[in-house]
Design a protein around this ligand. Structure first.
Ligand SMILES: [Zn+2]
Ligand SMILES: [Zn+2]
Length: 378
């Protein structure tokens, strides 16, 4: 195992860990990790906070969802600072992920093996042979993270100072853009001209609207949420209509719209009921939100309309690459608020209480705006 910047390995870093039984991220000082043969070490510029982090911490008091203690954070953006031996020896990886390359981390961390039942059949997004980054293995709520090269995607333009590709935006791309992208493109197979209803217009939903409208060229995009502010944001980012769930049916009738795809980013009984009700004959419902542990479907309604009901989780390397391209082209503009990484506990509370309208990216102390010390560390 080698590191092209061996002086880093003797350093320590601040990290925020999940510890079973604790419902707050735990600040800790740990050695800066040394990348294994197939890994790169990334200096974290920004790391997103997600509702799944809230769920992880809430469940910690009673029954942790994942075993063990690990550094949290599954939405990372940063700079490659060193290579493991095999990465350095592989000309493709050494070039693709050269030291100094601005990268995004693909949280699902697929094994990539041809014989893998997930990876070998086009479902790398749900390969769990390797623990997910920040969800079972050490993640990005730290100054550095080591990640297998196979899970690292270079950012187009390679410039973290380009405001369109700012680290917080790239961090958001890894989940809040990639997840709805995979759901709409790969799971739903949304086609140009079709009508899509997006239920839930929080961090993922406002990106889903833009992906549907500007990338996949849906004909009509209807956004739905209980919160008036979310509806207004959805309109601002391109939704043709934005209404409360109880107003959907009347809107669809008034505008004579038939719904080809419903994307449910909430996952509660009430949203599933709406989805089942409004989807057209032969249409598709894609479940992404995990709002309730179980929901019921009407077999009668689903069979009589021949509804396709699918689940979708995260995305794979290609999804993330395509999302970053769409952002670079200005077709998706994620809304991200930056907060200091040491505020991660407060951010978790704010997110749990619905106080955050878009997405938060945590910025490690050394990477605050106006205090960029990248060149010094490189
Ligand atoms: Zn997430
Ligand atoms: Zn696999």
């Amino acid at each position: 195992m080698t590191s092209t910047n061996s002086s880093l390995s003797s350093d320590t870093m601040v990290a925020y860990r999940f510890v079973p039984g604790k419902t707050e991220p735990q600040r800790t000082v740990v050695p800066i990790p040394t990348p294994a043969e197939d890994e790169v070490l990334i200096k974290v510029l920004a790391a997103g906070v997600c509702h799944s982090d809230v769920h992880l911490l809430e469940a910690s008091a009673t029954q942790p969802l994942l075993p063990g203690t690990y550094i949290m954070g599954h939405e990372g953006a940063g700079i490659v600072v060193s290579h493991g031996r095999d990465v350095a020896a592989d000309p493709n990886n050494a070039r693709r992920l050269a030291i100094g390359t601005y990268v995004a981390v693909c949280l699902t961390n697929a094994c990539g093996a041809r014989e893998c039942d997930a990876c070998g059949r086009g479902f790398a997004n749900v390969c769990f042979n390797e623990p997910m980054i920040g969800l079972g293995m050490d993640g990005c709520w730290a100054e550095y993270v080591k990640v297998r090269a196979i899970s690292v995607v270079p950012v187009p333009g390679n410039n973290p100072k380009d405001s369109r590709m700012a680290p917080g935006i790239v961090a958001a791309a890894t989940d809040a853009v990639m997840t709805p992208y995979h759901a709409l493109k790969r799971a739903a197979g949304l086609e140009p001209g079709q009508t899509v209803v997006i239920i839930g217009c929080g961090g993922l939903g406002i990106n889903a609207v833009q992906v549907a409208k500007n990338v996949l060229r849906a004909g009509t995009v209807v956004a739905s949420d209980l919160r008036a502010t979310s509806l207004s944001i959805a309109r601002n980012v391109g939704a043709d209509y934005a209404v409360r769930p109880d107003e959907l049916k009347a809107l669809l009738e008034e505008k004579s719209l038939r719904v080809d795809v419903v994307l449910d980013l909430v996952g509660q009984q009430s949203t599933v009921d709406v989805a089942t009700d409004i989807v057209r004959i032969g249409g598709t419902i894609v479940l992404v939100g995990l709002g309730s542990p179980t929901v019921g479907f009407s077999p009668l309604l689903s069979t009589m309309k021949q509804t396709t009901i699918k689940g979708s989780f995260g995305g794979d390397y290609d999804d993330l690459k395509e999302c970053l391209d769409a952002i670079a082209e200005g077709r998706v503009r994620p809304q991200v608020e930056e907060r200091p990484m040491e505020e991660c506990g407060q951010v978790i509370h704010d997110l749990a209480e619905g106080k955050i309208r878009s997405r938060v990216a945590l910025v490690p102390r050394s990477e605050r705006r106006g205090n960029l010390s990248l060149s010094a560390r490189l």
